[in-house]
Design a protein around this ligand. Structure first.
Ligand SMILES: Nc1ccn([C@@H]2O[C@H](COP(=O)(O)OP(=O)(O)OP(=O)(O)O)[C@@H](O)[C@H]2O)c(=O)n1
Ligand SMILES: C[C@](O)(CO)[C@H](O)COP(=O)(O)O
Length: 235
């Protein structure tokens, strides 16, 4: 690699939180004295190798401007899209105006505030010389069943090969750009970055993280996130 490698982050924060069913999008719900999104940003800025964070928020988002977040390093804004993958692509396009295509980007959900410092560092250390990139993930713990359309078990799966995909997901900017543009042009829905990269014929690396890096999705998840932040002495 001829240039010195740099690391950027994209935080998709343009969702409406339909499954959460709260009065405000879940990234703006309070967890102690800060919002979910501010805890997430704190976690990313704690990693000194990340030189700037691009927050992707909805164009008409009235909540973003009410935050009084003081970022310790550059914070870039980009407009959100209809799906998560559209929002991530918007962030990538913004970064490509100022970054090198071979720079790394870590995409991390706004709704995952409990990301551990050591998990980001481990992801970066593991992948920095990798050809493809990869993602934090945790192996499944339970016995896994495959169902038919009647909700009846048709198979018990080999759980040793099944992982839960978490974020951050870390790829080179040009790889992720190509993957997301191709997914968009093929009208293929992709629920995470790795899914898009897989369709380029590449194999993202799974880096084991921790299950406390949960995504706040349903109402009961908020209290659990508060508990995990307390355990990490961040609340
Ligand atoms: N069009 C979208 C949809 C989602 N996200 C972000 O992607 C992350 C993970 O998505 P998810 O948990 O599905 O969030 P929501 O779309 O807000 O939730 P729901 O599907 O329940 O509406 C969240 O940080 C969310 O803000 C985004 O930036 N742009
Ligand atoms: C990217 C993600 O957080 C990985 O688990 C996830 O795919 C987000 O979307 P979901 O529809 O809530 O699974």
């Amino acid at each position: 690699m001829s240039h010195s490698q740099r690391y950027w982050a994209v935080v998709p924060a343009a969702g409406i939180g339909r499954r959460m069913g709260a009065e405000v999008p879940k990234q703006y719900l309070p967890l102690g004295r800060q919002t979910v999104l501010e805890h997430t940003l704190d976690a990313l800025y704690e990693e000194p190798r990340i030189q700037a964070v691009c927050v992707v928020h909805a164009v008409d988002d009235p909540y973003w401007k009410t935050l009084r977040y003081s970022a310790p390093r550059p914070l870039i804004e980009a407009p959100g899209g209809a799906e998560r993958s559209d929002s991530v692509l918007s962030g990538i396009l913004n970064l490509l105006t100022q970054a090198h295509p071979d720079d790394w980007v870590l995409v991390h959900d706004a709704a995952r505030p409990c990301l551990r410092r050591e998990d980001i560092a481990n992801l970066m250390d593991t992948l920095t010389e990798d050809e493809v990139g990869g993602l934090l993930a945790v192996p499944t713990r339970d016995t896994m069943k495959e169902a038919d359309d009647q909700g009846r078990v048709v198979a018990t799966l080999d759980r040793s090969v099944i992982w839960h995909a978490l974020t951050p997901q870390m790829f080179r900017l040009q790889t992720l750009h190509e993957a997301l543009v191709r997914a968009r042009d093929d009208a293929r829905p992709v629920t995470d970055e790795a899914f898009a990269v897989e369709h380029l014929g590449l194999k993202p690396k799974l880096v084991e993280g921790h299950a406390d890096n949960l995504k706040i999705t349903r109402p009961e998840d908020l209290a659990l996130a508060g508990f995990y932040l307390q355990q990490q002495e961040r609340l």
